[in-house]
Design a protein around this ligand. Structure first.
Ligand SMILES: C[S@@+](CC[C@H](N)C(=O)[O-])C[C@H]1O[C@@H](n2cnc3c(N)ncnc32)[C@H](O)[C@@H]1O
Length: 246
């Protein structure tokens, strides 16, 4: 086993996004994560017997946390296009973790997982990075078990945050955080309505705004029968239905 000094030197070989405590007092030098942020997310304290999928896990801070909370199985998925998977693998080995890495784009997740659905799905800090947010939420819904919980954290549009009307701000350039990979900022109503359009019910926006322009949502996945009933009721099917006689 490495000494503390050797571990500190070795972890500096990687780029870290998350602050992860690898050993008491040895924390990776990231800009996000860290134990003090956890209460905001409302991740269940006891995940015994639950399966968890962490979409966009990057260094794996939240995946490792779910494992600590007793989850039976944790899959950490990411396309790792930014900085690669080195930091995740390093932390996983150092922590002796059984979190399963899955290198996959979100749009391909349901197919790659072959129909597997998870009790808890974390979708933190990813939505606003995607060109196709509604499609992405459909994928989140497809990998969430009936009755399961999805936790979504995202940038929200402050200028329209007070509106009950669902709208999204579009950032085609670097307007959001000077980051060309940030595309959309939905207002809180839009996040909730998009989740509901994808098969979730009881969407709770438990924190309106945190860290300035971000928000956290908890959404419960409908039963398959309920999703089917909603689909049947969907007025957008009207052209495929027999005309109503007057
Ligand atoms: C801002 S980080 C969020 C990391 C972590 N979930 C958190 O909240 O601290 C966004 C992550 O989403 C991943 N990501 C972005 N686009 C993706 C895509 N199309 N498919 C899968 N992962 C993606 C990035 O690689 C990155 O790890």
């Amino acid at each position: 086993m490495r000494t503390g000094e050797e571990l500190r030197a070795a972890l500096r070989q990687h780029f870290w996004y998350h602050c992860i405590e690898l050993r008491p007092g040895i924390v990776t030098p990231g800009v996000a994560g860290g134990a003090h942020t956890l209460p905001y997310y409302g991740i269940p304290a006891d995940l015994s017997g639950k399966t968890v999928l962490d979409i966009g896990c990057w260094d794996g801070f939240f995946s490792f946390e779910c494992e600590k909370r007793g989850a039976e199985r944790v899959v950490g998925a990411d396309n790792w296009e930014n900085a690669g998977r080195g930091a995740f693998d390093f932390a996983r080995t150092e922590l002796g973790s059984r979190v399963e890495p899955l290198e996959c784009d979100i749009y391909d997740l349901p197919g790659t997982l072959g129909g597997e659905r998870f009790d808890v799905v974390l979708f933190l800090g990813v939505l606003y990075h995607l060109r196709h947010p509604l499609l992405a939420l459909e994928k989140v819904a497809a990998v969430t078990a009936p009755g399961g919980l999805a936790i979504v954290e995202t940038v929200v549009d402050l200028e329209t945050a007070v509106l009950s009307r669902p709208v999204m701000a579009f950032f085609p350039g670097r307007e959001l955080n000077d980051d060309p990979t940030s595309w959309w900022a939905p207002n809180p109503a839009a996040v909730a309505k998009m989740l509901m359009a994808c098969g979730f019910s009881e969407v709770l926006n438990n924190i309106q705004v945190w860290q300035g322009n971000r928000s956290i949502f908890h959404a419960l996945k409908m039963s398959d029968a309920q999703v089917e009933r909603e689909r049947q009721r969907d007025h957008r099917d009207r052209h495929r239905r027999p005309p109503v006689r007057r």
